[in-house]
Every structure is written in structure tokens, then in C-alpha cells.
Design a protein around this ligand. Structure first.
Ligand SMILES: [Zn+2]
Ligand SMILES: [Zn+2]
Length: 330
């Protein structure tokens, strides 16, 4: 009995589900050689033409064993008295980032990271072919408190509604666009690069910055300098290599200079533009929304008072520390 229930007072969705029953065994089922212990793979990049569900993969995608969302469920919208609920039709996938059990984004190397970035694109495109999927979130946790260290993986979560965070971002971007006829993020990229104070690094394709109103001390955004609302459409060989290099450098900097903190990464890309509830819904999204990557180091230590984040390190200071800790490009 999994249900998405809407809290009408907060306008927020909650997934109600019984606790996971699956106990992780002692042997890692994500390591090469254990392919027989996982559900059949959804996709994989393989060298030398190795067959599916066998070793030889570089990145491998699996359905989550105890999924939050499932494609087999029918999408049902229901009223329960005054309340709304939806069946959690969708998908929860595990993107195994590397065949090496002890790899992290700081150790796995730029080529491996680039493969992961291409797999993110492939999964977004494939999942959005389903017209009952409205939004797909690609996310990754590193050192989640209370969770023993495990084989490195990212997660793709596809759902029949737009994630609350995405919806709010979309709304803000659209309002800015309606008023100014310019993309909020393109304006931000220009302004931040000119001001320099919060910029950590600039490359030909991206700017890495600590946002003006960062919620935690080391919050970091990676914004493409070229406008595009969809990551999966925008990723190209040169930008993918640039992004992989940036991510590798950033995560190595966190390990070397900041004590390898936990972090959470989220890829923000526009929702499924084929799937509209209202015909006019995404009228300007191609012009008003801008994909980006958000990294929240130590999200568990975020300090909030009545919903307001309290950040005790000025973003300009955090950006300077990240700049100083990140070795200059060769
Ligand atoms: Zn493993
Ligand atoms: Zn833009």
C-alpha cells in the first residue's frame, strides 16, 4: 500500500509506504560477479560486448529492489473525503556508478564520471517516454548518516506529479521571465561571473558558484553558461567532458580540504514536457527554465528556524575557501 497523499494546508505531497523489508546481505549485490542476485538490468554500458546481467559493465542500471514508485501500478487519482491521493506510479532506479566497490566521485576518475553523466541522460530520455511520468529526479547521496558505506550508486526517481521543489523553481523562473522576458538563471550566470565574489570556478561551459542565499555553508550550484531547459537535450561530448572534470575536481576538493563531508547532489532539469495537465502548462519553459546541478554538503546539519535556513558562513567566504582548496587546472 504505497500512496502519494497531499497535505492541503502546505500544498505538499507525502509518500506513505510501509518500511522496507529488504535486508542487505553481507555480500555486495552491486559488485561485478553478483549480477545474478539483482533484478535484470534496465541498461548498461559495457566494454567488449559482454552480455547483459554479467560482468564487464562500466555503468549498470537496475530497478530498485524495494521501490518507492513502480511502473506496473496504474495511475489513479482519487479524492478521499476532502483529501487527494495518487497511486505512486513511476520508477525507482539504481544507477551503479562504477564496478569498483570503494569508488566515490572523488576517486572514480573523469572518464568514469562522464559515463555516469551520459547514463543520467539516457535514463531521463527513456523514462520521459512514458506519458504518465511527469518528473524525473536524478540524485546522489554520499555518506548518508546512519547508512553504512556501500557500493556507489545514483538514483533516478520518476513520478506522476512534479516534485514540490521543481514546481516551486519552475514557478519562480516563469514569474521572473514574465516580468523581464529574460531567463533568471542566465541573468544570474552573467551577474555572478561579473561580480566574482561567489564564483568558485568558470570553464567554457559552466560556472560553479556558492549561491547568494546558500542554505548550508558549502552549498554549490553548477550552472551551464549556455541556456537550455533540459539536461538530456543539452549534454554534448564537449560539455559532458567539461562537467565530469569539474565534478571530479570539486569532490576531490571536498575530500582534501573539507574532511570529506556527506553531500547530496540533485540534477534539476525541466519536467516531462510531453505530459501536460493543462494545455498551456509549459508555454514558456524552454525560455524561462535553465537546468542546473545542486550540491548540498552536510544537508543533515542544515539549521532552520520556522522554515528559514540559518547559515553561519557567508557564501562569499565559503566560495573563497573552495577556490583556495581547489588546485588550478593543469
Ligand atoms: Zn560492491
Ligand atoms: Zn537560461
Amino acid at each position: 500500500m504505497n500512496e502519494l497523499r497531499k497535505d492541503a494546508t502546505r500544498g505538499r505531497w507525502v509518500l506513505v509506504r510501509p518500511a522496507g523489508r529488504l535486508e542487505a546481505g553481507r555480500e555486495c549485490v552491486l559488485c561485478p560477479g553478483a549480477e545474478g542476485s539483482t533484478p535484470p538490468e534496465i541498461a548498461a554500458y559495457r566494454k567488449d560486448g559482454s552480455p547483459p546481467d554479467a560482468p564487464g559493465w562500466q555503468v549498470r542500471v537496475l530497478p530498485e529492489a524495494d521501490p518507492y514508485f513502480r511502473l506496473e501500478w496504474d495511475l489513479v487519482r482519487e479524492g478521499v473525503g476532502m483529501y487527494d491521493k495518487i497511486s505512486p506510479r513511476g520508477a525507482s532506479e539504481i544507477i551503479v556508478d562504477s564496478p569498483r566497490h570503494d569508488d566515490t566521485p572523488a576517486t572514480m576518475g573523469e572518464e568514469q564520471l562522464e559515463l555516469v553523466l551520459w547514463m543520467y541522460r539516457d535514463r531521463l530520455i527513456d523514462l520521459k517516454r512514458d506519458t504518465q511520468i511527469r518528473d524525473v529526479l536524478i540524485s546522489r547521496r554520499h555518506k548518508k548518516p546512519g547508512v553504512p558505506s556501500h557500493h556507489p550508486y545514483s538514483r533516478a526517481t520518476a513520478i506522476p506529479i512534479v516534485f514540490d521543489d521543481t514546481r516551486q523553481e519552475l514557478r519562480n523562473a516563469r514569474e521572473y521571465y514574465q516580468y523581464k522576458r529574460r531567463c533568471l538563471y542566465c541573468d544570474m550566470v552573467r551577474e555572478e561571473i561579473a561580480a566574482e565574489a561567489r564564483v568558485v570556478r568558470v570553464t567554457s561551459h559552466f560556472v560553479v558558484l556558492v549561491p547568494y542565499a546558500s542554505r548550508v555553508p558549502l552549498e554549490t550550484w553548477i550552472l551551464p553558461r549556455q541556456h537550455a531547459c533540459l539536461y538530456e537535450e543539452a549534454l554534448a561530448p564537449d560539455s559532458a567532458a567539461d562537467l565530469a572534470r569539474l565534478l571530479a575536481g570539486y569532490f576531490r576538493t571536498l575530500v582534501a580540504g573539507f574532511g570529506d563531508p556527506s553531500w547530496e547532489l540533485a540534477l534539476h532539469t525541466a519536467p516531462n514536457l510531453e505530459m501536460k495537465v493543462l494545455p498551456s502548462e509549459w508555454a514558456t519553459v524552454r525560455d524561462d527554465f535553465h537546468w542546473q546541478i545542486e550540491i548540498m554538503p552536510q544537508p543533515e546539519r542544515a539549521n532552520r528556524v520556522g522554515g528559514i535556513y540559518v547559515n553561519e558562513r557567508p557564501p562569499e567566504e565559503a566560495a573563497a575557501q573552495l577556490r583556495d582548496g581547489w588546485p588550478a587546472p593543469r
